[in-house]
Design a binder for this molecule. Structure first.
Ligand SMILES: [Zn+2]
Ligand SMILES: [Zn+2]
Length: 345
């Protein structure tokens, strides 16, 4: 099967790989139809995010069941499914204390990072990581389940109120999915992006009554003109760090979800004194079923968020659309796309 393989930074290529086999009683082979391109993939390719050499990339995916192990009860050959790629063992210290997204086996089991992913034709997983798709949900739409699930996990760490004054930094796929995850809890917030092109796209997709702004300061002024204080800031860009703390209201939350290296400093006294919460969140924890429900019930406009689809063979073009140029070895901020999906046909 043709697979998009990561060799080293800026060196990825399509390689022929053997089809995975059923090994365990609960194993299922999925014929992959669609996989979303994630910021993590671009981070890996550009050498900013560590991945194991020679693994197949890709983790936000959906496909059709083509083979099941002898003890698989709830799935049949032909079922259309979405894959929860966040493997966990259920037995390590992290798993047994409710932190399955930090399973101690992650360094060898993380789909598309330390274990073979889904930018290919076939993928093997266990039945417990598969969710059936309703007929009206396309494989492409279903690829948004995993990233949405991560956003819901992030939000679960906040004692959220619908009247939180909220700013999301970055109108990319993560920012847009965060807006819908928050909107599902009654929040009416604002989205900030420095790219006018991206803001234009965001405006046509954002949840009802949400505003868009070209800068953080403009957003603060717009939603909180009296005291310039907001209750929740979600930074999906990684560019802000803790410098926005002075705009957080007492007891406010700064949610950091951008994967970007950098050093940020803050005054611990301010955090204590004003009961501020600085929160990080990665991967999903117990929220996949809810994300699956939200996509199925149309609570997230999945079709609109997917602005581009390409066949797997055109991966270079797809990555270029997201600012990642494999020829030049450059990763820039791109603004012409929200979510890009690769199709294995
Ligand atoms: Zn992802
Ligand atoms: Zn574990």
């Amino acid at each position: 099967m043709l697979s998009l393989v990561y060799r080293s930074a800026w060196d990825v290529a399509l390689e022929e790989r053997p089809r995975p086999q059923i090994r365990g009683d609960h194993d299922v082979i999925v014929r992959i139809h669609a996989t979303g391109v994630c910021g993590t993939d671009l981070g890996i390719i550009s050498g900013k995010y560590h991945a194991k050499s020679s693994i197949i990339l890709g983790h936000e995916s959906a496909g059709e069941v083509i083979e099941i192990g002898p003890n698989v009860q709830n799935l049949q050959v032909g079922d259309r499914v979405v894959i929860d790629p966040t493997y966990y063992c259920g037995q390590c210290k992290m798993c047994r204390t409710g932190r399955q997204n930090h399973c101690l086996h992650k360094s060898t089991t993380e789909t598309g990072v330390s274990s073979d992913g889904t930018f290919t034709d076939y993928y093997v997983t266990e039945d417990r990581f598969l969710y059936k798709l309703a007929d009206h949900v396309s494989y492409e739409e279903a690829t948004l389940t995993e990233p949405l699930s991560c956003m819901l996990t992030g939000i679960n760490q906040i004692q959220l109120l619908p009247n939180f004054r909220t700013i999301i930094l970055g109108a990319g796929p993560i920012g847009m999915l965060y807006s819908y995850a928050l909107a599902s809890k009654g929040v009416i917030g604002s989205i900030v992006d420095i790219s006018e092109e991206r803001l234009e796209l965001a405006r046509s997709i954002a949840p009802d009554q949400w505003d868009t702004y070209a800068s953080f300061d403009a957003a603060v002024e717009g939603i909180s003109p009296d005291d310039h204080q907001v209750d929740l800031i979600v930074d999906t860009t990684g560019a802000i760090g803790t410098q926005v703390l002075s705009n957080l209201a007492h007891g406010g939350y700064l949610m950091l979800v951008g994967l970007r290296d950098g050093v940020s400093s803050f005054n611990p006294k301010e955090v204590v004194d004003r009961s501020l919460k600085i929160i990080g969140s990665i991967d999903s924890l117990g929220t996949f079923a809810t994300a699956h429900y939200m996509i199925e019930r149309g609570l997230v406009p999945a079709k609109k968020l997917i602005t581009h689809t390409y066949p797997l063979q055109s991966y270079q073009e797809a990555f270029r659309m997201l600012g990642c140029d494999l020829d030049d070895g450059t990763l820039k901020t791109a603004s012409g796309a929200i979510k890009v999906v690769l199709q294995s046909t």
